[in-house]
Write a protein that binds this ligand. Structure first.
Ligand SMILES: Nc1ncnc2c1ncn2[C@@H]1O[C@H](COP(=O)(O)OP(=O)(O)OP(=O)(O)O)[C@@H](O)[C@H]1O
Length: 263
C-alpha cells in the first residue's frame, strides 16, 4: 500500500499548452479514485506525471517515500516497479499466450533473460502467473494466444499481468473504453474486487459516468487542467458533473446520463 501526494502540479508542454494547472490532492492507501473530465482536460497527463513519464513544470509528486522530481533514472525504475498500469488498449503481445503475457509482469523484479520465457522462468514465478490468471478466471485460456481472446478477456489478462507485478498503486486509463457494456461491467467488477481485497490505491480515468458513480469512492474532476471537483460519490451533484462537461464542449447533459438541472 502506498500513499500519493500531489502538490501544485503544473505541466506546460513545449508548445505552450498548459495541461495541468496547480493540481493538488492526496490519495490514502486503499482509496479508489475515479478521475473524470472531458477530452483534453489533463487526465492522461496527470497519470503520465505520476508514472514519471512526463516531467512536471512545477510542483511535486510524492509516492510513499519517493519524491519523483528528485529521483534518478534507476530510482524511477524502482519506483515504477511498485506501480501497476492498466490501459484502454491492453498492450499485450498478441502472438504470445495469455500465460506468457502475465509472466512478463515479473520483468519489473528482474531483468534476467530467464524471466522472458515460460520454459526458463523460475518455478515460483510460473506458479504465481497461473495464480494471477486464476484470479481473473482465465485459467482455461492460459495457453491461448492473446490476440485470439475477446476484448474483455484481453483486459483481464492485462489485469493479471499487473497483479503479477505485486503493485502497491494502480493507475488505470479508460479500462473499458473498447469494451461492450457487459464486458466493461465485468472488468470493472473484477478490478475493483481485487483492489478492495488487496487494499490497493487506484486512480482510474473513466468517461462513463454511471460507472464512475458505481465504483469511485471519491471522484476528482478536471477541467482545463484544474481540479474542478473533489468529492465522495455520496456527495456527487449533477451540477458538478455539468460544470465538468458543459458548455464549451457542447455535450448535452442527457447524453452523458446527467439529469438536467432545473434552476
Ligand atoms: N505531448 C504533448 N504535447 C503538447 N500538448 C499535449 C501533449 N500531450 C497532451 N497535450 C495537450 O494537453 C492537454 C491535456 O491532454 P491529455 O491527453 O492529458 O487530456 P485527457 O483528459 O487525457 O484527454 P482524453 O480524455 O482525450 O484522453 C490537451 O490540450 C492536449 O492537446
Amino acid at each position: 500500500m502506498l500513499s500519493l501526494k500531489i502538490s501544485g502540479l503544473t505541466k506546460v508542454y513545449l508548445n505552450g499548452t498548459t495541461a495541468l494547472d496547480q493540481v493538488s490532492f492526496s490519495a490514502q492507501p486503499g482509496e479508489g479514485i475515479v478521475l473524470l473530465g472531458a477530452n483534453g482536460s489533463g487526465k492522461s497527463t496527470l497519470l503520465r506525471c505520476i508514472l514519471g513519464l512526463e516531467t512536471a513544470t512545477s510542483g511535486d509528486i510524492c509516492i510513499g517515500n519517493w519524491q519523483i522530481s528528485q529521483l534518478n533514472s534507476q530510482q524511477l525504475r524502482q519506483m515504477r516497479s511498485q506501480l501497476g498500469m492498466v490501459f484502454q488498449k491492453f498492450h499485450l503481445v498478441g502472438s504470445l499466450s495469455a500465460f506468457h503475457n502475465v509472466l512478463h509482469g515479473a520483468l519489473g523484479r528482474s531483468t534476467s533473460p530467464r524471466y522472458w520465457f515460460p520454459a526458463t522462468a523460475p518455478e515460483i514465478e510460473r506458479k504465481r502467473a497461473m495464480e494471477c490468471l486464476d484470479r481473473v478466471n482465465l485459467t482455461h485460456f492460459a495457453q491461448q494466444r492473446a490476440d485470439t481472446l475477446s476484448g474483455g478477456q484481453q483486459q483481464r489478462v492485462a489485469i493479471a499481468r499487473t497483479l503479477m507485478q505485486n503493485p502497491k498503486l494502480i493507475l488505470v486509463d479508460e479500462p473499458v473504453a473498447s469494451l461492450d457494456p457487459q464486458a466493461g461491467k465485468e472488468v470493472m467488477d473484477l478490478l475493483w474486487s481485487i483492489v478492495r481485497e488487496q487494499r490497493l490505491t487506484v486512480i482510474c480515468t473513466l468517461h462513463q459516468l454511471a460507472l464512475a458513480r458505481e465504483y469511485g469512492d471519491r471522484i476528482i474532476g478536471l477541467r482545463d487542467g484544474k481540479i474542478q471537483m473533489d468529492t465522495t460519490v455520496n456527495y456527487l451533484q449533477d451540477r458538478d458533473l455539468t460544470m465538468l462537461y458543459e458548455p464549451e464542449f457542447g455535450v448535452r447533459c442527457s447524453e452523458l446520463g446527467i439529469r438536467e438541472i432545473s434552476t
